[in-house]
Design a protein around this ligand. Structure first.
Ligand SMILES: *Cc1c(COP(=O)(O)O)cnc(C)c1O
Length: 375
């Protein structure tokens, strides 16, 4: 039986050609013409001229938080229901994460819990959190306007982790553009891939230049190596960027395909009593549906984990929803605000095969297998 995978790279056509060009031109070191071109393509798509290509999405979050001035001893608020890479860079900077629960509509940061967290941290520490990391999980935009207006009341900058949300939009504005900084990932399982890479969307050219400087070891403009601040080796390589240029050519069709796959799941289970497909809450939200996700009712014949094991036997790969950060041993001591929304999503959720490589009949095989198992 052929495997149906969760989310795998989808070649667009010109990857080999551009990567070969990069190698033949001997631009196989970081920086080079393909890095500029990849940044231009992303910038054109997003209508933002200040996108900096980096070695990973995690690196982008790290640099974004550094740019926001996060330093040792600061607190940073972060959505709990996410991948660890949203939170770990807070710790890299010597700061402390404070986790906030999700709301059930988008599965992303609950604006009310955020407000509560900010006020309580101010009470406890006498200071405001230094930054807020909001995530567009599985491609679904968070309630980005509400988050932004609460953040604005306290003057706290927002970093939008749009690693999974390239091509998603909220109120007709792309995800990644809603915070002071926005981050993208081009890891192998994301919307498009550079075989490993990311990007930081900056508010202006000056900060983009600063990010380029910091991501290439923060060398001051002198003939010898001279450093006034701590830098990083986080720039994307020219070969990776060449692959990214080919991938970016197909971005719109990749988004369209993932949305079509999601719609097929929605149509199949519209009136199913055991399955709720996680869908756009209203006209404001336009997810790329990087991963299609479902909630399974406790009355169903199998639990999400049993279903996952049974599907695996049929060569269908599914995955549990991210386990919230406040439920991770490594973050056991971090403060947490909210209830059990993210925990419930973790307990009853499942991520379904969503690769843009999947055919309609692949998706139908997944639907049929799940229908049989939950009968
Ligand atoms: C993938 C991902 C990242 C990290 O990106 P990498 O490129 O793998 O470092 C960060 N946040 C979220 C929500 C992600 O899904």
């Amino acid at each position: 039986m052929e495997w149906i995978k969760l989310s795998i790279p989808h070649l667009a056509g010109n990857e080999n050609k551009y990567a070969s060009e990069a190698i033949e031109s001997t631009w196989i070191v970081p920086l080079g013409p393909f890095v500029d071109r990849f940044e231009q393509q992303l910038g054109q798509y997003l209508a933002s001229s200040d996108v900096v290509a980096l070695s990973s999405g995690t690196a982008a979050i790290h640099l974004g938080l550094d740019m926001l001035g996060v330093r040792t001893g600061d607190e940073v608020i972060c959505q709990s229901l996410t991948f660890a890479a949203s939170a770990n860079p807070i710790v890299y900077l010597g700061a402390k994460p404070v986790f906030v629960d999700s709301e059930p509509q988008t599965w992303n940061m609950d604006p009310q819990a955020l407000d509560k967290a900010i006020r309580h941290r101010r009470e406890v520490t006498g200071r405001l959190p230094k930054a807020i990391v909001v995530v567009d999980l599985y491609g679904m935009p968070a309630k980005l306007d509400e988050i932004a207006s609460i953040a604005a009341v306290y003057g706290i900058p927002v970093l939008e982790d749009a690693a999974e949300a390239l091509g998603s939009s909220f109120k007709s504005r792309y995800c990644g553009l809603w915070g002071k900084y926005g981050t993208l990932s081009f890891n192998g399982n994301k919307m498009i891939t550079t075989s490993g890479g990311g990007a930081l969307i900056c508010p202006d050219q000056e900060s983009a230049n600063r990010v380029k400087f910091l991501s290439t070891q923060a060398r001051e403009n002198k003939p010898y190596y001279y450093h006034e601040v701590i830098g990083y080796n986080y720039r994307l390589s020219n070969v990776s960027a060449a692959i990214g240029c080919a991938q970016a050519e197909a971005l719109s069709s990749r988004v369209a395909r993932r949305r079509a796959i999601h719609q097929r799941y929605v149509d199949a289970w519209k009136s199913n009593p055991y399955i709720t497909v996680h869908d756009n809450p209203s006209g404001d939200f336009d997810s790329n549906f990087w991963l299609s996700t479902i909630l399974i009712s406790p009355d169903a014949a199998l639990s999400p984990d049993q279903l996952r094991s049974e599907l695996l036997r049929q060569c269908i790969e599914t995955r549990p929803v991210w386990r919230p950060m406040h439920m991770q041993p490594v973050y056991a001591d971090a403060p947490y605000y909210g209830g059990n929304v993210s925990e419930n999503i973790f307990n009853s959720g499942l991520c379904l095969p969503s690769s843009s490589t999947l055919t309609d009949s692949d998706v139908d095989r997944v639907i049929e297998a799940i229908n049989q198992l939950l009968k």
